[in-house]
Ligand binder design. Sequence first.
Ligand code: NI
Length: 139
Amino acid sequence: MIERIGVSLENDLLEQFDQLIAQKGYASRSEAIRDLIRDALVQRQWSAATSREEQVAVVTLVYDHDSSSLAQKLAHIQHENHKAVVSALHVHLDEHSCLEVLVLRGRAREVLRMGEGLISTKGVMHGKVVPATTGQTLR
Ligand code: NI
């Protein structure tokens, strides 16, 4: 069931919002507002430290493959947590740099710890843990 709500906004704020959603390619304000609400809900799920619910996250890593000990360490962490790694994509960006994209699934704390452990490994040039969701609580 869909309910309609009215939102009051200052002109200036609405103008900026309309510019933002046009840049992002939203077809309507409603869809943009729904996405903002969903993102806030996912963020809250993740920040609930006691959450034992299953979560999904995407981790990106950029590192230099010339350091074989680093590639080994990153692979070791993934094997230690192999049940949490749903999928892994490796892209050879150029002669030296590798990009890995991992989809992790498990308890929030475990998934975060693993993602942050990978990113903080010495030699990783860039990394992000992007909280996603199983989608079950957003239906
Ligand atoms: Ni590579």
